[in-house]
Ligand binder design. Structure first.
Ligand SMILES: *Cc1c(COP(=O)(O)O)cnc(C)c1O
Length: 232
């Protein structure tokens, strides 16, 4: 299957899941998780109609950006962001999905302010409450939103999560549904610098489940580009 055929199939899957859930399919955006795919393959995905490109690694993103890989699509940073790499990402990525600590939020805000920018971010939620994963605990989110209202260099645009690895996609449904409730509940109260617009969840194996539970950004790699070759 070509990248174009895969993109068409994923978009059809999103559309079907949205319609089944009584949602507007146009409200869901497809983020191509482009890690380990070269500029040419990224361009093919954009030509095939992915809405956004999402990169995980700063060096790789800078390299492909120099090659003009992302022309024609917005660029998001979806990986784990280290504080010492923030200055390379702020202003280049229009949305940072995985803001996972108060320290990181503070550095992003300060860096953006220095550049005269306001950086959009999503708060990462450790929805499975796994020791091995980063992200805020669900009950921490209201306090973090209060904190964000003191950081004028950024704007929180929503939440993102990577649920535990599971054998069957349906097993993630409770996590996705818990995220939807967290997203809705925390969107009710108004905070400065917060606009709860985006719920980023769902990957190749489970994006239809995520869409059923309200995801409006799905991050899909393998189902578009095929399996990544980690041996290289
Ligand atoms: C790689 C990656 C994805 C996509 O994973 P696939 O299973 O290949 O679709 C989504 N989100 C993040 C944060 C990733 O690193």
């Amino acid at each position: 299957m070509s990248i174009a055929e895969n993109v068409a199939a994923v978009k059809a899957g999103i559309r079907a899941a949205a319609v089944a859930a009584g949602r507007d399919p146009a409200s869901v955006q497809l983020v191509a998780a482009t890690k380990m795919n070269d500029a040419d393959r990224v361009r093919q995905a954009i030509a095939a109609g992915v809405d956004i490109c999402g990169e995980n690694r700063v060096q790789e993103m800078l390299e492909k950006n120099r090659q003009g890989a992302y022309e024609g699509a917005p660029l998001h940073f979806i990986g784990h962001l280290q504080k010492n790499k923030v200055k390379q990402v702020v202003g280049l990525a229009s949305l940072i999905h995985g803001a996972d600590s108060r320290e990181l939020l503070e550095v992003i805000s300060r860096t953006a302010l220095n550049r005269g920018l306001v950086q959009d971010v999503l708060l990462e939620v450790n929805i499975g409450e796994e020791a091995s994963k980063s992200g805020f605990r669900p009950e921490e989110i209201p306090g973090v939103l209060e904190y964000v209202s003191t950081l004028p260099g950024l704007r929180v645009r929503g939440l993102m999560a990577i649920p535990p690895i599971c054998a069957f996609p349906e097993e993630n449904r409770p996590f996705f549904c818990r995220m939807e409730k967290l997203f809705v509940d925390n969107g009710e109260k108004k905070y400065d610098n917060v606009s709860m617009d985006f719920l980023s969840m769902g990957m190749s194996g489970d994006y239809t489940e995520a869409v059923a539970c309200g995801a409006n950004l799905v991050r899909v790699g393998t189902a578009i580009f095929g399996a990544r070759d980690y041996s290289k």
